[in-house]
Ligand binder design. Sequence first.
Ligand code: GLN
Length: 309
Amino acid sequence: MSDLQEIVSEIVDAMRAREDRGEVATYIPELARVDPGAFGIAVIDREGNVAVGGDADTPFSIQSISKVFTLTLALGKVGDRLWSRVGREPSGSPFNSIVQLEREQGLPRNPFINAGALAVTDVIVSGHQPREALGEILRFMQFLGQDGAIAIDQAVAASEQRTGFRNRALANYMKSFDRLDNAVDFVLGVYFHHCAIAMSCRQLATAGRFLAHLGRNPETGLSVVQPDRARRINALMLTCGHYDGSGEFAFRVGLPGKSGVGGGILAIAPGKASIAVWSPGLDPSGNSHLGRIALEELTRRLGWSIFGM
Ligand code: GLN
């Protein structure tokens, strides 16, 4: 067994044994049905060695982790013009906060809070039917995750369509400031569905590899974005990827990361590895409780924090 696999296996055993698991998200009713005992992890290094453990091949709802990939697509479509639609500063607020949006005239702080992700989705929808825009996002995930079987969990999407009142409020509020070009229902529909994409840790870690290696998957050699764009997406993940828990994540883990309320986290060790963890129980900021602890342990043992040992 490789050293990396040994560390990953030990972390899985330690996480499985813990009783503090956080709380599974219930505001999207379908997510409340997920087993809080699940735990998975996949680490893929530069050479393509894969270390996995636990439920690494069980698909889960990627939720806000999809925002990394919609940001990548929107930057590809409109380039730096995107930054007139959404900011690049940490919010220090919960992911679905409305109060900040009022103070800042409907201009979202960053692309990873819900309001910012809605602005990004709006850019992707422009010029397309919602179904086409969603198809483009899904195909991008299948390409990056190197698996044509990656799909949207329709039950999760329908569940959020029915109950996403807060996101509806955010989108309508932005529309009142003329911050969305497309119909509110179109933007929300595409947003709820891309959040409902289901992927395993292994697929997600595969999809994140371009971010760890200057915009390019080192194994396939296929370039996804220019190096400077990968660097900037990583910077946003570090400063904004965990909402009002971003400082704590940088402090403890020290890697760019993006969480989702499905309990997943994609973390990038630049030049070294792409890592996905999944544990459905969340902390009060809506970030995976054991996912963060597992990443803290992994980076500590491997000396992978971008801030040094
Ligand atoms: N779809 C979820 C929402 O909009 C995503 C939130 C998250 O993962 N933090 O509420």
